[in-house]
Design a protein around this ligand. Structure first.
Ligand SMILES: Cc1ncc(C[n+]2csc(CCOP(=O)(O)OP(=O)(O)O)c2C)c(N)n1
Ligand code: SF4
Ligand SMILES: [Mg+2]
Length: 350
């Protein structure tokens, strides 16, 4: 007897606006510990780039050294990547993005990579406003070298062996705002919705997006007495503003109350609506943002959301007045001064 049953229709594969499947945004299989906050952040990066329809081949990924700095291997496989030296990601990213400013840059660092050995590079990156999404996967310790306190560990926070940290922390968000980054946010790896909204807004922004994500280290810093554990971060997360992001390609009108919502048009025409929760919160007020950070830190809380935003600040590429074409693509005739120009330069030294 012949089989007359017709096969069930295969459902069409889900694709984004570029026609790409989610698989095009994934990376290699993670080698980090199961439950590490860093893995959740990689998942959100994958979601954000897929939903924003960014061509992964137009993305450059950068990192330093640490468990966090291994993360770019776990997202956006088709992108270009440079895993640099401990604390030196900013200079590598600066060189690469100036050579080809048509690419979208994303860097992943750790609280040790940024706050200790890399603090000098971080400071200069922030004041330049290089167009780069800079994520700190912040677990308050050096996870890769077995859990020593890092410079973001809070005073009084306890290590797994009971030792207490007696040095004050560096608040990377306050530092970034002070130095001139034009997009500064803090989130928690366990808050999927907030982190996704922040990442999408960062993709639409042109300038340095410094995103500090509390990302618990389940192996060395997730115990009672730690202020970077899942339980502590969940209980002390003070959301200052709800993030609603509407990309330029979605024709949606959002109704909002003007007094309680800040509406911002982003560089690429996307819209960002930030609904106030904390009373005195205004994401475009630098002094106000620093005040909120200081006040919440004093109470032992984490202020999360988009803390500071300056959508129209000139980025480093504008400041340098670079030509529109990527420098890496210019031929010698346009990069080498001609004989006449050289003679004029020599003449000027006489
Ligand atoms: C020049 C140099 N100094 C020190 C080290 C050792 N080292 C490797 S990773 C690391 C710290 C990692 O901490 P963090 O950046 O917070 O990343 P995590 O592992 O916590 O994600 C250190 C000190 C190194 N690899 N290179
Ligand atoms: S040691 Fe900590 S930071 Fe490193 S992978 Fe494991 S849980 Fe994550
Ligand atoms: Mg760390």
């Amino acid at each position: 007897m012949s089989d007359t049953t017709t096969p069930a229709p295969v459902p069409p594969k889900k694709v984004n606006r570029l026609g790409l499947e989610m698989a095009s945004y994934r990376g290699g299989k993670t080698t980090l510990c199961a439950g590490c906050g860093h893995n959740a952040i990689s998942e959100r990066v994958i979601d954000a780039f897929y939903e924003m329809g960014v061509d992964p081949k137009r993305v450059m990924k950068f990192s330093g050294i640490g468990c966090s700095s291994k993360s770019p291997a776990y997202f956006l496989n088709p992108s270009h990547g440079f895993n640099s030296v401990h604390g030196r990601m900013p200079s590598v990213a600066t060189g690469a993005l100036l050579a080809n400013a048509s690419m979208l840059g994303i860097g992943v660092s750790g609280d040790g990579d940024t706050g200790a050995i890399g603090i000098g590079q971080f400071v200069h990156l922030m004041r330049r406003n290089l167009p780069l999404i800079y994520i700190i996967e912040d677990n308050g310790c050096y996870g890769l070298t077995k859990g020593q306190f890092s410079p973001t560990a809070d005073m009084g926070s306890k290590a797994k062996n009971g030792v207490m940290n007696d040095l004050p922390p560096i608040d990377t968000c306050a530092l970034a705002i002070e130095l001139g980054a034009s997009f500064v946010a803090r989130s928690f790896s366990g808050d999927k919705k907030q982190l996704l909204g922040i990442l999408k807004a960062a993709i639409a922004h042109r300038g340095t997006c410094m995103i500090d994500v509390i990302s618990p280290c389940v192996t060395f810093n997730d115990h009672e007495g730690s202020t970077k554990s899942y339980a502590y971060a969940k209980d002390h997360d003070e959301v200052i503003g709800e993030v609603q992001f509407v990309p330029f390609f979605e024709d949606i009108t959002v109704e909002y109350e003007p007094g309680s919502t800040t509406a911002v048009t982003m560089h690429d025409g996307s819209h960002l609506y930030l609904r106030k929760i904390a009373e005195d919160y205004n994401p475009t007020d630098r002094i106000g943002a620093l005040k909120v950070l200081h006040e919440t830190a004093r109470r032992g809380e984490y202020a999360t959301g988009i803390l500071y935003l300056e959508p129209d600040k000139p980025d480093f590429v504008d400041q340098l007045g670079l030509v529109d074409e990527p420098l890496a693509m210019l031929d010698q005739a346009r990069t080498r001064p001609g004989q006449k120009a050289l003679e004029e330069i020599m003449e000027s030294f006489r």
